[in-house]
Design a binder for this molecule. Sequence first.
Ligand code: SF4
Ligand code: SF4
Length: 203
Amino acid sequence: MRYPKLRELKEAVKALLKGPYTSKFPSQPHQPFERFRGRPYFHEKDCMGCTACFQVCPARAIEYEDRVLNGRARRKFTLRWDICVFCGLCQANCPTEKGIMLSQEFALATTEDREALKQEIEKELLVCGCCAEPIVPVEQYGWVAKKIGPLLFSNSSLTLSYLREAGLAPREGLFPKKEMEFQRADRIKIICPRCRREAVLKS
Ligand code: SF4
Ligand code: SF4
C-alpha cells in the first residue's frame, strides 16, 4: 500500500480548512490573481505607434499598415484577440511601458464573428518632404525628442517636428513627390534617411 506524502497531506488539510482553490465560475464571478495575463489592450494615449509590440509578438496577433488617405498619412494597428496567446511580450517590450497592457479579462468566448475580436487604433505619420513616403509616427518623434533633450537640435527633422508640435513652426500638409534635384534647403526639411543621404551627397 502506498502512503500519501507529507506534502500532499498538508495540502489536503489546508484545503479542508480554507476551502478549494477552484472558483465557482461561471455561476459566480471569478477574480483572477493579480499577475494573471488576460486580454491585452492598446492604450491609445500612451502608445506612440513605434511597432515594437508588432515585432516581438510571437503569434502575429498585432498587425499594422501605413497608408495615405484623404491627404493624411496614418498608421493603423489591429490587435487580434482571437490569435493572441497572452504571453505578455508586447507589454514587456513597449518602450512607453503603458502603450499596450494585459488586463485581467479572461472570458473571451463569443458566438459572434471572430473578426469582431479585435481592437484598432490609428496614429498620424510624418511624411518625407522629398519622396512623400511615410517616415515615423508624429508621437514617436515627440517621445524621442523628450528622451534626448537638447540633443534633438542636432537633427533637423527632429528639430522641425519639435517646433511644429510646440506651435513655433507651421504645420504643412502632405508634400507632392519631389521631381527636381536635391538642394541644400532640403537638408532642413523633415525627410526620410534615404532622402537625407541623397540631399547631403548631391546638394
Ligand atoms: S508604443 Fe508600445 S503599444 Fe505602441 S506601438 Fe510601440 S510598442 Fe506597441
Ligand atoms: S500577449 Fe503575446 S500574443 Fe498577445 S498580442 Fe501581446 S505579444 Fe502578441
